[in-house]
Write a protein that binds this ligand. Structure first.
Ligand code: DGL
Length: 268
């Protein structure tokens, strides 16, 4: 029994899609969410910068006495997870391995698409992990950087979203992928538009679902679950523009956002 909160961080609001799955599967856990909104996007930054930011976010969560850290950001998970595991004395989990495992289970023809930020796709993190689970897999990675601003603009059902998805994703149809990893926190919000473009036979994989499952197993295994079935507390921290998280975060989390605070992260 451990009633310390779970810490979750992302480069911005997107990680709330991961928090939503965590709440769904671990409804009694307190959660501290950090969105590094001052420095989003991570997806177009260098490895060195992404690692530095991920360290600072984790240090902040650690200062809040969290029992575990979930790296909700696919970009930070791709680039910085091993670093964080080495530097923090609490369990740290990312979204890549759960997403890759899920995709390798879902595919029938071994052809898997992965979409994400430029940094995520260029890191080959998903591609390599999928091949570890399924040696014969053929993995096609496509960076889709415009999806993030489209979602943040609230245009997920618009013609702009559909045309952009067509431009990015037609290649996947040509490769006959039967499963597609939504390798960025924002993409689950676009799933209807993505599905419309790739067709009903392509399974969309949201790594957040499997990540929350892994988190639950990890907490159980390490005796870190909060067995007290009370009302959980959620706190939200951002490094800039709290009103933006309040305004658009509801769409990601499907929940009102209270207990929201702005922090300075540069000096951590
Ligand atoms: N949260 C990021 C991810 O999942 C997307 C936004 C960004 O580029 O920072 O990769």
């Amino acid at each position: 029994m451990d009633d310390r909160p779970i810490g979750i961080f992302d480069s911005g609001v997107g990680g709330l899609t991961v928090m939503r799955e965590v709440i769904e599967q671990l409804p009694y856990e307190d959660i501290i969410y950090l969105g590094d909104t001052a420095r989003i996007p991570y997806g177009s930054k260098s490895e060195q910068t992404i690692k530095k930011y991920a360290q600072q976010c984790s240090r902040f969560l650690k200062s809040k006495n969290v029992k575990t850290i979930v790296v909700a950001c696919n970009t930070a998970s791709s680039i910085a997870l091993e670093d964080l595991k080495d530097n923090f004395d609490i369990p740290v989990i990312g979204v890549i391995e759960p997403g890759a495992r899920s995709a390798s289970k879902a595919t029938s023809n071994g052809k898997i698409g992965v979409i994400g930020t430029t940094a995520t796709i260029n890191s080959n993190a998903y591609q390599n992990k999928i091949m570890e689970f399924l040696h014969s897999a053929e993995v096609i990675g496509i960076p889709c950087p415009l999806f993030v601003p489209i979602v943040e603009e609230g245009w997920e059902y618009s013609q702009v979203a559909e045309l952009t998805a067509e431009k990015y994703l037609t290649e996947l149809t040509e490769h006959q992928v039967d499963s597609l990893v939504l390798g960025c926190t924002h993409y689950p919000i676009l799933r209807y538009t993505i599905k419309k473009v790739v067709g009903p036979n392509v399974k969309l994989i949201n790594p957040a679902f499997e990540t929350a499952k892994d988190l639950k197993s990890l907490l159980k295994e390490k005796n870190l679950l909060n067995e007290f079935k009370g009302n959980p507390k959620y706190e939200y921290y951002v490094s800039d523009a709290p009103e933006k998280l309040r305004r658009i975060g509801g769409n990601f989390l499907k929940k009102e956002i209270d207990n929201l605070y702005k922090i300075a992260i540069d000096n951590l």
